[in-house]
Ligand binder design. Sequence first.
Ligand code: AMP
Length: 212
Amino acid sequence: MNITFIAPPAAGKGTQSKKISKKYNLEHISTGDLLRNITDNSIKEKIDKGQFVSDEVISDLLKQKLKEVGPKGYVLDGFPRNINQAKLYEEMLKELNIKLGIIIVLDIDKEIALKRITGRRICPACGAVFNDLFEDTRAKIEGVCDNCGHNLVSRADDNEETFEKRYQIYLKETAPLIEYFKDNVYHVDSSINADYTFKQIEKIMGGVYDKY
Ligand code: AMP
């Protein structure tokens, strides 16, 4: 079973991907994380400014990762992000004999997404995510990870200016994928909280697991 997310920045695709991969024993593939692990400065600069890395760079990285993952199902978090990437992805799947699976679209208002971005704090040691601006996801001690005690950090691209750029790119380039993949698309309301979002995803998974 493969799941791909289409979501505006800060809709919670990273959080949901982690929850799904844990519950359904799927590999979590985050193209943002794949890129952040590369030390190349030109890539780092693009990410920090909210710009896209080239379609070729990202699709080569993903292809390599899919080969490593093998037959295990996966949750794809961050790709494809435009129609060209969708076409490259379909070619890749054909070549590697992998099924597309389902596409989950996380629906969220822009204002809520912005709050999630500016309040987001991440643990660089264990990957846990917190948010200073929402009571239910705030770290118990400000700036300290609940899980491992490491100091929390903000991602360099988590600021209002970068959000606005990324949001506009999402509307222009990524949102058209909803129509492109319409036969496989499932919509989920991601504006309330992570648990409610996950409940809706579990419901979808219950209904489609055998079909894909
Ligand atoms: P994310 O962690 O998914 O929010 O991605 C962080 C950043 O990585 C994005 O703002 C882009 O700069 C870059 N990135 C991630 N996935 C892609 C992709 N599929 N195409 C181009 N750039 C990407």
